[in-house]
Design a protein around this ligand. Structure first.
Ligand code: AMP
Ligand code: ZN
Length: 110
């Protein structure tokens, strides 16, 4: 997808701090971390947002959460939050679906 920052990261056209990668998913450190541990779990398939998920993406969406669990275990995280912003009004800035993994301090969600 042209002009998508996460697609460029996935294609290695833009640098990023990669924590984990497989054929379908990449996990990177957030460039502007809101918590001591702030990772982004990103499917390699360009899906703009939760509002654009199709039934065929069901397994991939499940894999995002399983990947969060795997990375959290590898990073020895005792607890964490998983968050998806949806749409501008939902706080979404990058229009390529991603799961935030936040940890390292108590986090208030309004
Ligand atoms: P969202 O508001 O849910 O769309 O979150 C987008 C996240 O992507 C923000 O937390 C940004 O700090 C992060 N971000 C934007 N550009 C980059 C980048 N080039 N590398 C890593 N993280 C990024
Ligand atoms: Zn993209």
């Amino acid at each position: 997808m042209e002009d998508c920052i996460f697609c460029k990261i996935i294609d290695k056209e833009k640098p990023s701090d990669i924590i984990y990668e497989n054929d379908e998913i990449i996990v990177i450190k957030d460039a502007n971390p809101k918590t001591p541990v702030h990772l982004l779990i990103i499917p390699k398939k360009h899906i703009s947002s939760v509002n654009h998920i199709e039934v065929e993406d069901k397994a991939l969406m499940g894999d995002l959460i399983l990947t969060a669990k795997k990375v959290a275990k590898e990073e020895n995280l005792k607890g964490y939050k998983l968050l998806i912003n949806v749409g501008k009004e939902g706080g979404q800035i990058v229009d390529h679906i991603h799961l935030h993994l936040l940890s390292g301090r108590p986090i208030e969600i309004p």
